[in-house]
Design a protein around this ligand. Structure first.
Ligand SMILES: [Zn+2]
Length: 469
């Protein structure tokens, strides 16, 4: 069975056949950097990371692009209210975003373009739409996209979402970046400078102003990945108007199909409710870290649900994630002990029933629940074999290789100090400090204390580690 994804464009599960295999161009709408990303945002980015890792594990050569929206309505409002500069304001949140991404072990995108770095490309795209008669300059100096003219060219507006276009009144316009489908109207490509914009404006052939949010993604994605590319990802809240408008702008300008597969991640609820600051169920990654949860626990929980299902994120679920990961860590710890030196000679590639089932599950539109089911079955079987003493060092090494292959996709990793109590690690650190200070009497005393408590010190290329005697 080959890889299949649910494509929002066709509203069906389809075989994944990229335009020019093994290359895959993948664009995921990135953060709007006016605040810390919340856990709902992170669900989408962890989902995108899973898609990328899965494609790479299947030997596709992925170019992963994630934009940074660093100019749009909410950002301008904040810059104005805080009396700061655009770069200073967005730079801080951008840096925080990438630090959070690391905490969640998301792979760094190959390109992370900022909208403000692509103003010439945005202007060129608007000029193309003007030249084709699909865009027009309004009396206020802004440039709008004409849905009527676009449809007149035989193009289809409403590819991702069924829209009531009969209710459309020609020429009605919306200037704001976000609007509902009840108000399908011509939308702004270039917003003429207004006093509230402060210093945030650029010169253009249509006058001073700034780009609309939707045109930013069309310009950046096509510049980096070409007029047509394979995959476009985002949260389902972006389907309309953002993604629908991206299609209209791009196909209106090039006359070519924009994206082959659209994948959308479903909403996230927190404690059964829509996340909101007033309900007290609004969490950034940092809020959860402050409550004592690790990045890998949060990542694990986000990865337990299928991406197209609404997911109820709870603090109890995070406790459960901690317990589930301990089960995996414990099993891996025992495997490492049994494998011992044969780790070094374990084969690079491994075939196993677990890996086959894991692959089949993820090929099936990323059926992650089935994949976890296989993993925990594997943990149970492995624990049983360990208890029966029927696992050789070679078997254990092979099992660890199986896990490494699985984890290259899930990105859960293992706790570096898996199985070692914090108290023992503190003693190890104290011994290192004593050695550094050339206080060998003290360092020997600590070594003996560790030994008495059942731990021996092993020197590894990465420094000393504790091992159970
Ligand atoms: Zn976008």
């Amino acid at each position: 069975m080959g890889l299949k994804f649910f494509n929002t464009l066709s509203r069906s599960v389809q075989d994944f056949t990229p335009l020019a295999p093994p290359r895959v161009g993948m664009y995921c709408c990135g953060p709007t950097v006016y605040d810390f990303a919340h856990i709902g945002n992170w669900r989408t980015f962890v989902f995108a990371d899973l898609v990328r890792r899965w494609l790479e594990s299947k030997s596709f050569q992925v170019t992963h692009v994630m934009n940074i929206t660093d100019v749009e309505d909410k950002i301008i409002k904040n810059v104005r209210e805080r009396k700061t500069s655009l770069r200073e304001f967005t730079g801080a949140y951008e840096a925080a975003f990438f630090a959070d991404m690391k905490t969640l072990n998301c792979l760094e995108p190959h390109a992370r373009p900022r909208a403000t770095g692509y103003i010439p490309e945005i202007i060129a795209l608007i000029e193309k739409l003007l030249a084709r008669g699909i865009a027009y300059k309004a009396a206020d100096g802004s440039v709008y996209f004409s849905i009527e003219k676009y449809r007149g060219c035989g193009c289809h507006y409403g590819q991702l979402l069924k829209l009531n276009l009969d209710a459309l009144r020609a020429g009605e316009r919306v200037r704001s970046d976000e609007y509902s489908k009840e108000s399908v109207t011509d939308f702004a490509l270039w917003k003429s400078r207004v006093p509230e914009d402060g210093d945030v404006f650029w010169p253009s052939p249509f006058g001073e102003g700034r780009p609309g949010w939707h045109i930013e993604c069309s310009a950046m994605s096509m510049k980096i990945l070409g007029d047509s590319f394979d995959l476009h990802l985002g949260g389902e809240d972006l389907v309309f108007p953002h993604h629908e408008d991206e299609i209209a702008q791009s196909e209106g300008a090039t006359g070519k199909p924009f994206v082959k597969y659209w994948l959308h991640g479903a909403h996230l609820l927190v404690e059964g409710k829509k996340m909101s600051k007033s309900l007290g169920n609004y969490f950034t990654l940092r809020d959860l870290q402050a409550k004592g949860f690790a990045g890998r626990e949060i990542r694990y929980l986000l990865l337990t649900a299928h991406y197209r299902e609404t997911f109820n994120f709870t603090l109890e679920g995070l406790q459960g994630a901690k317990a589930a990961l301990s089960r995996i860590d414990e099993c891996l710890g025992k495997l490492r002990e049994i494998a011992g030196a044969s780790r070094a000679t374990s084969p690079v590639t491994v075939e196993s029933a677990t890996l086959t089932a894991f692959t089949e599950a993820l090929d099936d539109d990323l059926n992650i629940s089935a994949a976890w089911g296989e993993i925990f079955k594997w943990v149970t079987d492995t624990n049983k074999r360990i208890a029966e003493n029927s696992l050789t060092a070679g078997d254990a090494a092979l099992a660890l290789t199986t896990w490494e292959k699985i984890d290259s996709v899930l990105g859960i990793g293992t706790r570096p100090d898996a199985g070692v109590p914090p108290e023992m690690n503190s003693l190890l650190e104290a011994r290192q400090a004593a050695r550094k200070a050339k206080d060998f009497k003290k360092s020997d005393a600590i070594r003996d204390e560790l030994k008495a408590k059942g731990w021996t010190i092993e020197d590894t290329p990465k420094g000393p580690r504790l091992k159970k005697i």
